[in-house]
Design a protein around this ligand. Sequence first.
Ligand code: FMN
Length: 402
Amino acid sequence: MRVVVGISGGIAAYKAALAIRELVKAGHDVHVVPTASALRFIGRPTLEALSRNPVTDEVFDDVAAVRHVALGQSADLIVILPATANTLAKLAHGLADDLLGTTVLASRAPLVIAPAMHTEMWEQPAVQANVRALAERGATIVGPVAGALTGADEGFGRMAEPADVVAAALEAAGRHSGALAGRSVVVSAGGTREPIDPVRFLGNRSSGAMGVALASAARAAGASVTLVGANLHVPVPSGVELVEVETTAQLREAMLERASADVVVMAAAVADYRVRGAVDEKRSKESWGEAPTIELELNPDILAELAGLPREGLLVGFGAETEADDDALVERGRAKLARKGADLLVLNRVGHDEGFGAVDTRVRVLDADGVVADASGQKASVARVIIECVAQRLASAGEEHQ
Ligand SMILES: Cc1cc2nc3c(=O)[nH]c(=O)nc-3n(C[C@H](O)[C@H](O)[C@H](O)COP(=O)(O)O)c2cc1C
């Protein structure tokens, strides 16, 4: 993706270097457009070395390349950090008296702005009106946050952390043109708990990390995402709607309500059984006796139920198997896919040291014809591969309908 990084003349300008480095590391083609004031805070050599592209603030440099519009026209994303009160005012009023101004006006790309200034400046009605105007026109405003300001001051107005600005910027770009832009995705994640009494439950070792990584990847690809989370042990990504559930019955209800989404992913580890005769009062040794037995009854099969509904969207199931042999694992997966009636099945092997809670994982994505993807590594990167499979499948289904 071609990213224009605008920098204006605030004390936080040096932090733009971190954002540039992160974007370049992620494989983006980064072009830096500083204001003249920004170049008094951070040197051009730093910006050129980090971005690996020439840097100028001059509208009248390299005129044959019509630089004043070319950069904006070719940008997939513009992120301005820090944005001074002055630059906010200029952007809000459409001024184009420098290269950053012409670049923003010549672009249809998503615009992400991270303001930074002293609290008194930030609270000025003029500054607030400018920020509101930009937000109303579709710009994403990130921060500011509270913290240390220039000198000895502290307060609201500090620029959001560069990593947070980059994350918000990539998310905005995904919403605009990602492979799942305009799609709705529902992901179940975590492990359900089946109560024995008000304080005890039968549960499983799922942390929810894989489902959360999928929700995050779907969000980054532009989807509006709902995460139906059962007892998650990991934080929920920003921009994802969370519906909290505890039991399989609650998870089932939440998923059936949202079954018409474009993509439904059942990544949660759902208890196959619930406790028969769970009680509302805590069991004690006296009431339960010396060798109590817990009787179980079958829970509904939510994936099969979802597959049985009339639907136009894509249904993705997960299979966690302990099968050691690779071929046998895939065979089990194919049988499961056929039995459940989902469109895709993500198959992973779990054991005491694999799968649950682990950062690294290996999965195969199967459709009715066999393995369509094989991915291993961190759950975040594996999740991206799975979401790519989903997007490809949706795109080819769209072509078939045309
Ligand atoms: C040391 C120093 C720090 C500054 N920090 C900020 C700041 O954080 N935010 C801001 O809005 N202006 C800040 N300014 C003022 C801007 O540099 C000034 O308004 C300038 O005209 C901004 O130009 P630009 O928006 O074209 O980059 C600072 C000025 C100095 C000298």
